[in-house]
Design a protein around this ligand. Sequence first.
Ligand code: GLY
Length: 670
Amino acid sequence: MQQEREGVMTGTADVLIVGGGAIGLAIALTLRQRGATVTVLSRDFAEAASHVAAGMLAPGAEGIPPGPFRDLCDRSLAAYGDWANKLETLTGKEIGYWPSGILAPRFSPDAAKAPTPSAQWLEPGAIAAYQAGLADDVAGAWWHPDEGQVDNRAMTHALRVAAQEAGVRLEEGVTVQSFQQRLQQDQSRIQRLQTTAGEFQAGHYVLATGAWANDLLPVPVVPIKGQMAAVQVPPGYPHAQPLRRVLFGENIYIVPRRSGRIVLGATSEPVGFTPGNTPKGLTHLFQKASHLYPALQDFPVQECWWGFRPGTPDEMPILGPGPCANLTLATGHYRNGILLTPITAALIADAVMGQPDPLLAAFSWERFQRSRPTSSTPLVFSAPQSPMHTLDRTVSNPSNNLGQPQDAPLTIAGRTFRSRLMTGSGKYSNFDVMRQAIAASGCEIVTVAVRRVQTNAPGHEGLAEALDWQRVWMLPNTAGCKTAEEAIRVARLGREMAKLLGQEDNNFVKLEVIPDSKYLLPDPIGTLEAAEQLVKEGFAVLPYINSDPLLAKRLEEVGCATVMPLGSPIGSGQGIRNAANIQIIIENATVPVVVDAGIGAPSEAAAAMEMGAAALLINTAIAKAENPVAMGRAMGLATEAGRLAYLAGRIPIQGQAIASSPLTGRITDV
Ligand code: GLY
């Protein structure tokens, strides 16, 4: 269904799938076949890893050890024949499913135990019966009789056709910019997607964006580049296709198609999204392939290409219920997306329909969390908890939850935080005091000036290493940037810095574009420009702004994760000088409003929280206090007290006194 609303094209569906690779399309088809209205949003179908893969179905040859992951792969392999058959019948298109068996030749005798129970070791003399023409120095081979291949491009194309014919709406050329979330009855839900083609809404959302998943959610999925090539058996050759098996060699695989094409793969390079084939990559492929199967060195090269596998830290996919109640994840398939397509489609469709298979538990996003959320803290990738903060809570609140209204955690770009105080790392007399003050404040987010750290500005030498990033979440900031361009560049450096310090999935940036050095007031136009670009690049943008409600709204509309209006100029300690405007921003925002700059005393921190600010950022008032550690603690307590007061609801202000005891119902003289 499509509606025109105030000039914005809005799409609605039961299920919205972000990602048009084999995984997204197969899930879409399965859900559609089960009766759902489904839309698939894809930036570029040809960009998906499924398009650039070789199509091996190779759990044993890939050396996947026994366990839930191997079970998942084996279930998918066992289902492949039927699944492929159905897809071909549905579309009338061949997808090249070929259970040819995989031969894994070795150049040194491999007496080690079988890589998989069903694999069989072949001595050199036995190999020719399976495949003739291998290198003379092959010392034996593992034979995986149950494995094989599918023509991944033909399969992905057939999935598109089948999905379209079944009534799935496919939207190509649409980039999703952000998921917009809202808390409802203590659960976070996705409200809509902001895209380059307007807003899209659905009852349920599936994230299937492969290597790009981290652009939208802080999941630890990173691109692992693979370079590939194909040669073609020349016309007039004695056999149209002399290879009868997939060859899985040492750092090379050779995948023959019945058409005479032979696919060679693949490098494995952690180089981010660096595009292009390189001489080194192609030399590797051609040398290794020519050694293993010498005949192909004279076959004409047909194509060279590259793609990005969605890698995860444990090389297993991320599947199943996501961090929001109406979000399911299907990403991170790394080297096995084509193999896992049938099982992923079936299990994800079950999960979306509310019947998650127990096997999914092993693939939950929660395995990457440092601390698991409870059911009342539904959101995502909670930051490492500060033990200091937990301790404070126990001491100051001995009677459990008495007087503690239920509160959702602070959620920014899908990540949750218990503390609503953010602090800075500048202006401390030394790192020890900084560490203690930060710990005493209980804060879980610390902002770091990327530029000052990178240039070793005074007081910043070694600063980034001085904090324990296992405990606090880094908020790189673009302090010192006068223009949008500078801020964008520094934000990118900040992301690299966070990665280097172990926060692989940190895409946060506190955006500061400040041309004026006297009052340090931010440039609204430059900030908006930089925010738009950084959101497109997948950053969770936290812009520092003057307290301008219209600008705040515009920034929210372009996909910023928060807005951070200033209370008064940075470091001035003047408190909240623009409460009325901040109040308007708070009333209108659907993203967290973080009051930043100017707070000088805990009473002002509490006042900002009482107004309904979602969080505060305080640096100078702590770092420059006579006793920064005590002030850190005071600010932490004030933030908490202010929040509690906001939730408790203050009494209205009256123009006259009202007696504390009621005048009615009293015992009176008669
Ligand atoms: N599945 C083989 C690869 O990712 O290179």
